[in-house]
Every structure is written in structure tokens, then in C-alpha cells.
Design a protein. Structure first.
Length: 226
């Protein structure tokens, strides 16, 4: 009897080799902890201004843990940028994005449960004063994040550096502090989906938090190639 619950002759098993499943699971884990940290720290009054620091540090740590296996995208905008630069094949990109979005949904559910279990206040949705400003904020933050990511992880000498996690985590922290007045500083459609499910963003703003990051990531990938 095989040691897996998935029959070896199943369609899923046949289509996805085990080494690829490890990459998708890695993307799920990294995205899960990113979104969970967002939900729990952003709604914890004791964290105050330290929430971006916690989010940046967890992304940094997960990047170091995962970059040699999956590339540590944890973000559909990064995956799309990698696809534009031909650093990932189309099928992998689809499964990466599916794993990231699913992680966002699971993390939101668990994050809200843990928040309520700790006796936290009811989560109030963010209200953006300007939709255009919010899109622009998401665009700028994601552009900076993806641009730094590509330059420290997708260059000929990127394997030699040991600062990639600090660079990515650092730019994420900086952009969150810089652009918080414009948008919810998701910079990641998976984070945006999780935030909508958690009640942090309104569902009518989901398109805003999807369009801005994808556009920012696409432009960053184009500039990187140039």
C-alpha cells in the first residue's frame, strides 16, 4: 500500500510530481504566515506601530527558509513578475498563485479565530479616503518590493549573497510605514484576499488591492529586464 493518501493512479498525482508539490506547499506555508501575521498584528492594539516590523521580519525569515526550494514568492504579484521575466514556467505560476490565494483564505480564517479567542476588539474595516490614492500606494509599494526581490534573487550573482532576506524584508517594512496613509499596504493580492475575509478591507476594494499590486509587479519586472 502506498504511503500517501492520494492514489498513485489519480489525475492529481499523475499531473503534479512530488518535488513540485513541495514547492507549492512551501509557497502555501510562507504566504500563510505572512497573512496570519498581518491579521493578528494589525488588529492588536499592543502592537501599535510595530506591526509592519513584525510583518517584514516574518517575510524575511520565510524567504531565507524557502528561497532555495520555491524561490519564496509568497505573492501573486511576484509570481507574475517572475513569469514575465521567464523565471518560472506557466504551469508552475498557476499552481503558485493557487497555493498563495488558498493560504490567504486559510490564514484569514485561523487569524480571525485566534484574534477572537484572545478577546480582541471587533475588526473594523479600513476606509480609503481616495481609491486612486490607494491604488497608487499599492502600485508604488509593490513596485519597490518586486524590484528589490528581482535584483537580489534573480541576478547572476544572487546565489552568492546572504542579504536577500534583509533586503526584501527591509523594503517591505519601509514601504508599509511610508504608504500606510494611502492604502492598507497589502502589496500582495493574497494578503488582500485574506484581509477582505478577515473584515479588514471591504470586498468592494478587493479589485483595488489586486489591480495595484499586479500592475506594480508587472512594471517592476519590465524595468528589471530593461
Amino acid at each position: 500500500m502506498p504511503s500517501t493518501f492520494i492514489p498513485q493512479n489519480s489525475f492529481f498525482y499523475a499531473k503534479i510530481p512530488s518535488f513540485k508539490m513541495k514547492k507549492y506547499l512551501t509557497e502555501f506555508i510562507g504566504t500563510f504566515f505572512w497573512v496570519t501575521t498581518v491579521v493578528l498584528t494589525a488588529n492588536n492594539a499592543q502592537m501599535g506601530l510595530f506591526s509592519p516590523l513584525a510583518i517584514g521580519l516574518v517575510v524575511m525569515a520565510m524567504l531565507y527558509a524557502s528561497k532555495n526550494l520555491s524561490g519564496a514568492h509568497f505573492n501573486p504579484a511576484v509570481t507574475i513578475a517572475a513569469l514575465i521575466g521567464r523565471n518560472i514556467d506557466r504551469n508552475d505560476a498557476i499552481y503558485y498563485i493557487m497555493a498563495q490565494l488558498f493560504a490567504g483564505v486559510v490564514a484569514a480564517a485561523i487569524g480571525v479565530f485566534l484574534h477572537e479567542s484572545s478577546g480582541g476588539l471587533a475588526i473594523a474595516p479600513r476606509i480609503n479616503e481616495s481609491s486612486i490614492g490607494a491604488v497608487f500606494g499599492e502600485f508604488l509599494g509593490t513596485f519597490a518590493l518586486v524590484y528589490v526581490y528581482l535584483n537580489v534573487l534573480h541576478t547572476p550573482k544572487s546565489e552568492e549573497n546572504d542579504y536577500s532576506g534583509w533586503a526584501v524584508g527591509g523594503i517591505l517594512i519601509t514601504m508599509m510605514y511610508t504608504l500606510n496613509g494611502l492604502s492598507g499596504t497589502a502589496f500582495n493580492p493574497a494578503v488582500a484576499l485574506g484581509a477582505c475575509m478577515a473584515g479588514m478591507f471591504g470586498w468592494d476594494d478587493l479589485l483595488l488591492y489586486t489591480f495595484g499590486p499586479i500592475l506594480g509587479g508587472g512594471v517592476a519586472a519590465t524595468v528589471f529586464q530593461i
